[in-house]
Ligand binder design. Structure first.
Ligand SMILES: [Zn+2]
Length: 248
C-alpha cells in the first residue's frame, strides 16, 4: 500500500511538473482530488466532510469563472486546526446557508479552514472545475454567474490569516488559475470589490496583491519544471494532456 502511494506521488509530481498544473490535478479513487507529494494539497469531497444533499440540483455553466472571490467566514479565529474541525466547519456553514439563509446548498464552491484544510463546497464544484465550467454558487450578490468563491475560516479585520490557511489559499488559487486559464494579477478579487461588505476583512484584503504575486510565481515554477523536463519524461506522461482522472 505504501509503495503504491509512493509511486502515485512520484507520478503526480511528475504530472504536475509536466502539465504545469499547480495543485489538485488528479482525481483519486474516492473522488477526492490531491496533488503535491511535499505535503500540501488535497481537496476533501462533500462525502468526506459529511454534506447533506442539496435541496435542488445546482446550475452548472459550460464556461469557466472569470474571477475568483476571496471571502472570510466572519466566524471566530479559533486555535483549532484539525481535520475534524475543518469538516465540522463545512457542515456548520452548510446548515447555516440551507436552514437560516434558505439557500439550496452551501453557498461557496470551496472552503479553507484555519488549519489549511480545503473542502469542496456546493455540489458538483470539483467536477465543474475539472471540466472548465462553473457551478453557480451563492456567495456574491449579482456576481454568482461569473465568479467562484473561496470561504476562508476566520475574521480578518485586525488579525492576520494563519500560515497554513495562506499556503492553501495560494495552492487553490494557482490550481484554479491554471484550470481556467486566468491571470492571477486580475482574476483574484475580494468580496468587497463586488458587494458592500467588510469581507474578506481589512487585513486579508490588503494581502491580495501579495496573493496575486505568489500565485503567479507558483504557476511560473510549474511552467519552468515543464520546460526543464526531458523529452523521455514528456513522452512517458503525454505532454499537454489534461490531468488524469481516475475512479470515475
Ligand atoms: Zn464574503
Amino acid at each position: 500500500m505504501i509503495a503504491i502511494v509512493a509511486e502515485g506521488m512520484i507520478r503526480r509530481n511528475l504530472l504536475r511538473a509536466m502539465i504545469g498544473i499547480a495543485a489538485a490535478d488528479v482525481m483519486m479513487g474516492g473522488g477526492a482530488m490531491r496533488a503535491d507529494a511535499d505535503g500540501g494539497f488535497r481537496v476533501y469531497t462533500r462525502k468526506e466532510w459529511g454534506a447533506v444533499p442539496p435541496k435542488r440540483a445546482p446550475r452548472v455553466l459550460n464556461r469557466p469563472p472569470d474571477h475568483i472571490i476571496v471571502h472570510h467566514t466572519a466566524s471566530p479565529n479559533t486555535g483549532e486546526r484539525s481535520q475534524a474541525h475543518a469538516f465540522g466547519l463545512s457542515r456548520q456553514i452548510q446548515r447555516f446557508h440551507m436552514d437560516s439563509r434558505g439557500w439550496d446548498d452551501i453557498g461557496e464552491q470551496l472552503t479553507i479552514s484555519r488549519g489549511g484544510f480545503v473542502m469542496e463546497g456546493r455540489t458538483g464544484s470539483l467536477q465543474a472545475i475539472q471540466r472548465n465550467g462553473l457551478v453557480i454558487g451563492a456567495q456574491s450578490l449579482h456576481h454568482n454567474e461569473h465568479t467562484l468563491g473561496i470561504e476562508n475560516e476566520g475574521t480578518y479585520m485586525k488579525e492576520d490569516v494563519p500560515d497554513k490557511l495562506w499556503e492553501s489559499l495560494i495552492e487553490v488559487c494557482a490550481w484554479l488559475c491554471t484550470a481556467h486559464s486566468l491571470n492571477p494579477g486580475t482574476a483574484i478579487v475580494g468580496h468587497r470589490d463586488y458587494n458592500g461588505t467588510d469581507c474578506p476583512g481589512d487585513v486579508l484584503y490588503r494581502r491580495l496583491p501579495q496573493l496575486r504575486k505568489e500565485v503567479a510565481r507558483r504557476i511560473g515554477e510549474d511552467a519552468s519544471s515543464l520546460a526543464a523536463a526531458s523529452q523521455d519524461d514528456r513522452r512517458a506522461i503525454g505532454s499537454g494532456r489534461p490531468p488524469r482522472i481516475a475512479g470515475r
